[in-house]
Design a protein around this ligand. Sequence first.
Ligand SMILES: Nc1ncnc2c1ncn2[C@@H]1O[C@H](COP(=O)(O)OP(=O)(O)OP(=O)(O)O)[C@@H](O)[C@H]1O
Ligand SMILES: [Mg+2]
Length: 375
Amino acid sequence: MVLNRVGIIGGGQLAWMLRDAATKLNIKLIVQSPNQNDPAVSIADHVIFAPIADSFATKNMSELCDVITFENEFIDLPELAILESNGVKFYPRLNSLKPLLDKFDQRSFFHGLNLPIPRFSLLENEADLNHDLGYPVVLKARRHGYDGYGTFIIKNKQELTEIWNRYNSPSMLLEEFIPFQQELAIMAARNIQGEVICYPVVQTIQKDQVCRQVFVPAQIPDSIVKNVEAIAHTLLSKLEYVGVFGIELFLTDDNRVFVNEIAPRTHNSGHYTLDMCDISQFEMQLRAVTGLKLPETNFNSSHSVMINLLGYETSNSDYQEKRSQIKAMSNTYLHWYNKTESRKGRKLGHVTILGNSRQELEKKALEIESIWEQN
Ligand SMILES: Nc1ncnc2c1ncn2[C@@H]1O[C@H](COP(=O)(O)OP(=O)(O)OP(=O)(O)O)[C@@H](O)[C@H]1O
Ligand SMILES: [Mg+2]
């Protein structure tokens, strides 16, 4: 059966970036998203305007598509499970997503697979403030965190008490702080037939818990690349996952790898694939969920860097001047998400630069940041 009408729950930039791949594969995109201004509204063949967790809207969408996939995990899983049991096809299957939507459930799932992870516990009452994870400690909202919202690196018990009270959630995740030398990520995909592919391991650079830059490839020994790929294979097969996912990891000074989290969808650390690879993560996602083959990727350069353009003020500007300056740089590809409002920390676009060495790209990344941040 040909699956060429794909429903996407979520209409942000991750859905917007499916555009070229959908055209190439002759796939129709039907998007469920709440607002007229959401990035993917402009590229969808049809839009169901509704909140992400509105399963009634998803039921309506299912009548227009052959398969439904996700660009965001703020869904109502039990409600969608009713649709799935009535024959609606979701890829990844809801059972694959079940252990992944809540950060505590993810940690418990990784623990069950004996994967290396930070020690963790729950914070649910006063007594839990006396944890044995040491300080600094990391406090995380179990659900609905993104781009560092809902993640706090905490110095002492007093600060932990304050933030916990302020956050006012009945249950949060506490985990050991890993003093990493670098953060890594990998994008991987598995299709309906069980074929698996991995993209290169990349280095991600976060500031204030938000991703700023991604360098491709990560400069790490081969043994670590193999280790990270093995983790990706284990997770894809244990979850019987269909689709693309990103895994974020920590690498310590003594070359130990810890899994931070899985993002069960396309991911910021794979945006470079749009310009550096002949098959982007977005095409791979559409291929995986429609039963197409997952070909090996060819690369347009040996190295690349991706730089997020984050909002630094509240504004309605479209930053034309800065965008033209960036576009004028050689081997530089700007992706602007056409959001109508800028806020501090909001992802407004990204830039990928292709090059021949890490050193060259570090210099260019600084240039981009100075154009973007200048007044
Ligand atoms: N256990 C930890 N030890 C050290 N640093 C951590 C730890 N957990 C999180 N961090 C830091 O905080 C960042 C954000 O954490 P995490 O990835 O869990 O949150 P998120 O908001 O889901 O992220 P995303 O931006 O991927 O949506 C990490 O990339 C890392 O820099
Ligand atoms: Mg993360």
